[in-house]
Design a protein around this ligand. Structure first.
Ligand code: ATP
Length: 319
């Protein structure tokens, strides 16, 4: 998805990044780590187009984007959640949310429901000024704003910085769900339920109670195994299902079709690649598939997150 090759960046005459090479595979969470001032933010800013490399290249979805203007990189599918969140304090939550997508000429459609299911608090606070939110809520807003542009690669700079533990957990859960995408949402189970719903739709008489029971079990099971990512959609699904149970065959069949469509949509949702700068070790370990550690502008360690041993941490991360 993203491949950085021998990236060198100088700022105000100082060499900040030296031959940084990183590969971020599709549908994974990659964590860039390192002590303060080693070049993590500079790397992210170079990817999104705020800093220009002096040499090296940045390949995104097979294309060299190192000379591309920042707005074109965003349009190409890079979403950025900067350190400090970048919320406009005098705009409302709603205005803050849509500003990125509107700037890109995108109309947030289904992604909006998905975002409200990931961060329900935003829906409650739509008319509140951005500056009135807590740090954790601002972070959720900043992530949501980036998600509304429907990126293929989501880049986050220290999302847990200065945030209380329960919000950190919520953000971690949201990122896990985003990475997993619809494809990991128990496809077998989903396909079976869709089939059952279609059968229900085509029944000429009121559907057999056994069929309804089976469907009910499947919906509950889906909610248990993978549907936390779209809790609102599944609550809706259950409600609609209840309506099928209570109404006559004709209306019930129409509702069945709605459910089948909803399931089809969930099934086809894509998963996301995430690049994260983070100093909170446990958060990285829980979330990341791979990591790289920077020290004085160079990559000094890399590997799968299982290789992030206490020894590596002591050598490169402990202050
Ligand atoms: N615009 C700039 N001009 C000159 N030097 C800069 C500029 N921005 C950052 N630096 C320097 O580049 C180095 C790397 O900074 P960077 O912000 O990338 O580090 P970091 O690893 O993200 O650290 P932190 O965790 O503290 O944010 C630091 O020494 C910093 O002072």
């Amino acid at each position: 998805m993203l491949s950085i090759k021998n990236l060198c960046v100088s700022l105000d005459g100082s060499r900040i990044l030296r031959d940084v090479s990183i590969d971020v595979p599709e549908n994974q969470v990659f964590c860039l780590m390192g002590r303060n001032g080693v070049g993590k933010t500079t790397t992210l800013k170079s990817i999104v187009g705020i800093h220009r490399p002096t040499s090296g290249c940045i390949i995104f979805k097979g294309k060299d984007i190192s000379q591309m203007p920042a707005e074109d990189r965003a349009r190409a599918g890079i979403g950025y959640v900067p350190q400090g969140r970048g919320i406009f304090p005098h705009l409302t939550v709603e205005e803050n949310l849509f500003i990125g997508a509107i700037a890109q000429g995108k109309k947030p459609g289904r992604s909006l429901e998905r975002i409200y299911s990931l961060f329900p608090i935003l829906k409650d606070f739509l008319s509140r000024k951005g500056g009135m939110l807590s740090g954790g809520q601002q972070q959720q807003l900043s992530i949501a704003r980036a998600l509304l542009t429907e990126p293929d690669l989501l880049i986050l700079d220290e999302p847990t910085e200065g945030i209380q533990p329960n919000i950190i957990d919520q953000i971690g859960d949201a990122l896990k769900l985003l990475r997993r995408g619809g494809h990991h949402n128990e496809p077998g189970l989903m396909a079976e339920a869709v089939q059952l719903l279609k059968k229900l739709r085509d029944e000429s008489d009121y559907p057999e109670p056994a069929l309804i029971e089976k469907l009910s079990d499947d919906i509950n099971e889906m909610r248990r195994v993978g549907a936390e990512r779209n809790a609102a959609a599944f609550t809706e699904l259950s409600r609609t299902f209840e309506a099928i149970r209570q109404k006559g065959p004709h209306e019930g069949n129409l509702l069945g079709e709605e459910i089948a469509n909803a399931l089809d949509q969930l099934h086809s949702e894509k998963s996301m690649t995430i690049l994260l700068v983070e100093q909170y070790l446990d958060f990285c370990k829980e979330l990341a598939d791979n990591f790289a550690i920077l020290d004085r502008g160079s990559v000094v360690a890399r590997g799968s997150v299982n290789e992030l041993t206490d020894e590596v941490v002591r050598e490169h991360l402990t202050v």
